[in-house]
Write a protein that binds this ligand. Sequence first.
Ligand code: GAR
Length: 222
Amino acid sequence: MLNLAVLVSGSGSNLQAMLDRKAQGLLDVDFRLVLSNKADAYGLERARAAGVPALAIDHRQFPDREAFDAAMVAAIRDHGADTVALAGFMRLLTPTFLNAFPGRVLNIHPALLPSFPGARGQRDAAAYGVTIAGCTVHLVDEQMDHGPIIIQAAVPVPPGADGEALAARILTWEHRIYPQALQWLAQDRLRLDGRHVRIHGPAATPATPGDALVHPPLEPGF
Ligand code: GAR
């Protein structure tokens, strides 16, 4: 069982996908805390509706990023979480935060890393004119959108799709790969080999999941 804190800054649809997978019995996660730097983040509402403790810590109240991160670490520990999922959390984390949960901070990014890091991955990909876009779940290190990759979904870009349409299409795949990555972590099946993440145990049979290529393959239910 993972004792998880989820960090959100906005809608929290990825958080919702995790809560839904847990309700389906597919995700061995104890949601200890949902934390946001924004008091009006809808993700906090989703947490409360699911009976998960929800807390806002306004980053603007702190003199620097280290002080903000130290306050978040204290809150996460107070709630008994030892693993952190960033789900649309739009603040960069310092070593103060990452060293508190070594190897146990995950992020989702709406692009096929290492392409299009940053705050506007889908829009940058659409503007660039790629024909295949996607999303990535990875372990977080000290560089932005950089750590070892756990799972990616490649999503064809419909002709003429703008950034918004592409973002919506990618988001549906985010909702599938993020709970899967967390479940592998919950099952203690992730092994790190340099930059490479290996999934320990028998691989799922590659499916043809709609219009995306997901690798490693999703397991039944995800
Ligand atoms: C998601 O598309 C996520 O990948 C992205 O923010 C959105 C949050 O949506 N994150 C980043 O761009 C991080 N660089 P949500 O709040 O509905 O889960």
